[in-house]
Design a protein around this ligand. Structure first.
Ligand code: UD2
Length: 314
């Protein structure tokens, strides 16, 4: 029986956590409904027990949770603009699915659930960096949905004693992030376009900033969260990021060097629900998990561009 369940195992972050667990020789079950996950992302993960199913269905949650000890809950419908276009779908896939999973986890005697939170919970509060004691201020339906999942995690620790750990991710990027949807993360879109010689679009003036976090840092934080003593982390929420920020205009300039793209970006109207600046205080994850970023932004971006370049050649 696998010890670990990864939800969203065919998605970008779930796939990466699954691969790291397998590399450690762990037994893993993965579940995905392929709404945004890709079958191709399961290539190389043949050793997992894979369940195709949707967590909106309680029966799928029960099957997924049976016998496991630790869950990495990465399944979600990501993207702020997707949630602006269809808030009900975001709510169903982020909130209803999360509640179903928690109920199934409690019923199955799962010990710990580690939840993919989102920096969008902080909203556009002017204070930087964002630290965990700040009041949330969600600006989009996506932010509300991810934040609601956090509240359910904490409530399940308080009421049922399930060990839950919330990791608030800040703009994760890296290999296996889908670059093909206009709901994709900005760096995935820019890498694909610029490598193909196509002009990327910057929404707004490009001076918005993000604490872009390379995927290896997020995987590292999750593995630490799985191993941390319950008295340190159960019922806790902490940022998982690099603690540095960069503007989109600066990022575009670095990508021009890395990809060889010779043009300028196109500028378009800002997106509804967008946040201006985002930067994490990462001290709490340092204290509670011993977390330190492993790969800094430029090196992560270099690896990411090389990965998309290799994909484009295939
Ligand atoms: C939010 C969360 C992030 C994660 C993500 C999931 C914040 C600060 N971050 O990311 O943690 O949960 O949602 O989807 O809330 N942009 C362009 N051109 C493009 C695409 C995007 O200029 O082709 C801009 C976009 O308007 C935004 C920035 O790039 O200002 C980042 O957009 P994103 O969709 O990559 O991520 P974001 O910040 O909404």
């Amino acid at each position: 029986m696998p010890k670990y369940l990864v939800t969203g195992a065919a998605g970008f972050i779930g796939r990466s956590i699954t691969a790291a667990l397998l590399a450690r020789g762990e037994e893993v079950r993965g579940v995905d409904n392929f709404i945004t996950g890709k079958r191709a992302n399961l290539t190389g993960l043949d050793a997992i027990e894979f369940l195709e199913g949707d967590l909106r269905d309680p029966a799928v949650c029960a099957q997924a949770c049976a016998g496991v000890e630790i869950i990495f809950h990465e399944a979600a419908l990501a993207s702020v603009p997707r949630s602006v276009a269809d808030p009900v779908a975001t709510n169903e896939c982020c909130v209803n699915a999360t509640l179903n999973l928690l109920i199934a986890a409690r019923n199955a005697g799962v010990r710990r659930v580690i939840y993919a939170g989102s920096s969008s919970a902080y909203g556009d509060t002017p204070t930087l960096p964002k630290h965990e004691a700040m009041s949330p201020n969600p600006m989009s339906p996506y932010a509300v949905a991810k934040l609601t999942g956090e509240h359910y995690m904490r409530a399940f620790t308080r009421v049922y004693g399930l060990e839950t750990v919330v990791l608030r991710y800040f703009n994760v990027f890296g290999p296996y992030q889908d670059p093909t949807s206009h709901y994709s993360g900005v760096l995935a879109i820019f890498c694909r376009k610029m490598l193909a010689g196509q002009q990327p679009t910057i929404y707004g003036d490009g001076e918005q900033s993000r604490d872009f976090t390379y995927i290896d840092n997020v995987v590292h934080g999750n593995l630490l969260a799985a191993a941390a003593p319950a008295q340190n982390v159960a019922g806790c929420m902490m940022n998982l990021a690099t603690g540095a920020r960069i503007t989109l205009n600066q990022t575009f300039a670095i990508l021009r060097d890395l990809t060889g793209y010779g043009g300028e970006p196109e500028y378009a109207a800002p997106r509804a629900g967008d946040i201006r600046d985002s930067l994490a205080d990462i001290h709490l994850a340092g204290e509670l998990l011993g977390y330190q970023p492993q790969v800094e932004f430029r090196e992560g971006l270099r690896r990411t561009v090389e990965w998309y370049r290799a994909c484009a050649r295939e």
